[in-house]
Design a protein around this ligand. Sequence first.
Ligand SMILES: [Zn+2]
Length: 299
Amino acid sequence: MVFKDKGRVMDGFYVTGHPSVPVYVLKSGVIFDGGFTALARHYERDIRDILGNTSPEYIFITHSHFDHVGSISYFKSVWPDIKVFGSVNAKKILSRNGAIELIQRLNNISRAHLLSYGVNDLYEGEFEPFLPDEVVEDGSVIRVKDGLEIHSRYTPGHTRDFMSYWIPEKRILIASEAAGCDDGSGYIISEFLVDYDEYINGIKRFMEMDVEVLCVGHRYVITGDDVRSYLLSSLQHAKDFVEMVINILNEENGDIDKTVNRVKAYEWDPRPFPKQPEMAYLLNTQARVKLIASKYMKN
Ligand SMILES: [Zn+2]
């Protein structure tokens, strides 16, 4: 099944805020990722509906992109005892001024987009810097309430700071962009920004796990038999994307900017809103095209 809304996915596990930029919540007091800054109050309201007056205890962040950490500081201000977990590389990135400025800028652009779609009750504050309180590594196991364990998996194909999280008791995998993102039409955007081989290895690693609930970071939660077909399709889309980019690079004599524009015309321009802000899409696509050019266009 493909779950497209917010709300209860299975017993004790929920999508909050907005399905396009979700924050995932376990009733055991665990939050995964921090979404957009502008949606802070939406997440807070939904989390309070699930947890009542109990404060969430933990936040696990997958990576330090603007749309995955936007509301973390807000959560820390309303629930001061909450503890944030992330990778050592996420901690390094989140301590850099340049990264903080980019996260702020992209969140401000996203607030303007949300306004233009008519989303109400947006938080007007800026993204505030924070650092993870604790670092997790590949294989770290954190025990939380209700006998649940959160297992960390280092999957650095999308970004160097990427952690996926696995909850074996419920067979929930928070893979986020390490599994690729369906754009709503069945086309899966391939999200390898730093390492194609690690990205493919990560998806193959997910296929060896007995996943019941797959959270892909944006738009959908995939469940049951559809998990395997989604992951297979994601692998195929990644291979097709590389082939397409190599062909365009050849036609454009290796010109990165021209290639990025043609990829964007195919992949981003025709998509309906809501979609990734153009600036974020271009940054990611320059990274993907450069990676393919350096890997396959040696001459
Ligand atoms: Zn990302």
